[in-house]
Write a protein that binds this ligand. Structure first.
Ligand code: NAD
Length: 302
């Protein structure tokens, strides 16, 4: 059956991340001020880098700048090593030092790791209380069971965008494109918890367009520019584009914005949508980690 013709005259509401990111950062800045008053030093975020690559350095510098803006002590920890075995050893040792440092409240490790250094090294080493990007199995398990733990900042940002934009999830048909452990799957669990009916699509999904066509909410996290086009969407769908791709020197998402904007009721731009919210939420996770570590200390000292 041919898809129903869609109107291309309407224009979707643009869901910008910056205003929400500002609200979140303002709250974090206030919390940091209270923390400094109580401790005499700021909470620390350690960004661990194992093998520098230019694009990842841009992202990390943005995080460190955001830390400075709200008063968090951000630091870059370079892991030495000339071969994967040495890098893996040094990476584990660096994370263990940071676990033991009371001034470091949260740790993130820049991905992807160098070839030959497995994610398992990080997973085995990182203290779940400092795992502010939710990669430790304890945090992943808490999310899976519906309890509060640390969730990956990007998945959190996509959900927060939906919440703060006043979009109803209860009973909605949602399609998540992408099944990675850091974006697609955590989102699928969170959307299910919010009473959406979720279909998870991936690279082996047959007839992606047919799945997308049924969805009230489409979240795209595939890393494929132009994967979702306006003619695939149900008129009035909400489109959350998590993708970040560089095409001819420009950052673009996974959604063909021009055609999708004409059919959707709301859509996130790339850049400027989910990305700014991800950074702000990472800072709020850091602050929450610092507060939880205080509570854990009080509990064990009582
Ligand atoms: P990934 O490569 O780990 O996973 C991609 C997923 O997309 C896989 O599950 C794969 O099966 C699926 N996929 C690939 N091609 C597909 C296709 N043609 N049809 C359907 N599914 C397909 O990537 P990731 O780490 O989950 O990241 C996804 C995207 O989100 C990337 O573009 C990444 O740059 C971006 N990202 C954005 C932020 C942010 O702050 N906005 C943060 C992290 C990642």
């Amino acid at each position: 059956m041919n898809p129903a013709p869609v109107s291309t005259t309407a224009h979707a509401r643009r869901l910008e991340g910056a205003p929400f990111a500002t609200e979140i950062r303002d709250q974090v800045a206030a919390d940091v001020t209270a923390y400094v008053a109580a401790h005499g030093y700021p909470p620390g975020l350690a960004v661990v880098v194992c093998g520098r690559s230019a694009p990842s350095m841009v992202y990390l510098e943005r995080i460190l700048k955001a830390c400075a803006q709200v008063g968090i002590a951000g630091s870059l920890v370079d892991v030495p090593g000339d071969n994967p075995a040495e890098q893996a050893r040094e990476l584990a040792a660096a994370i263990e030092r940071l676990n033991a440092d009371p001034r470091v409240a949260g740790i993130i490790v820049q991905m992807p790791l160098p070839t030959g250094v497995g994610l398992r090294v990080v997973v085995d080493a990182i203290d779940p209380l400092k795992d502010i990007d939710g990669i430790h199995p304890l945090n992943a398990g808490l999310l899976r069971l519906g309890y509060e733990g640390f969730i990956p900042a990007t998945a959190h940002a996509a959900l927060e965008m939906i919440h703060r934009s006043g979009i109803t999830l209860r009973g909605a048909d949602a399609v998540v494109i992408g099944r990675s452990p850091v974006v697609g799957m955590p989102l699928a669990f969170m959307l299910t918890k919010e009473d959406a009916t979720v279909t998870v699509c991936h690279s082996k999904t047959r007839d992606l367009a047919a799945k997308v066509r049924n969805a009230d909410v489409v979240v795209v996290a595939a890393g494929q520019p132009g994967l979702v086009t306006g003619d695939m969407l149900k008129p009035g769908a909400v489109v959350i584009d998590v993708g970040i791709n560089v095409v001819e020197g420009h950052i673009v998402g996974d959604v063909d914005f021009a055609s999708a904007e004409a059919v959707a009721s709301a859509i996130t731009p790339v850049p400027g949508g989910v990305g700014p919210l991800t950074n702000a939420l990472l800072l709020s996770h850091l602050m929450r980690a610092a507060q939880r570590q205080d509570q854990a200390k009080e509990y064990f000292e009582a």
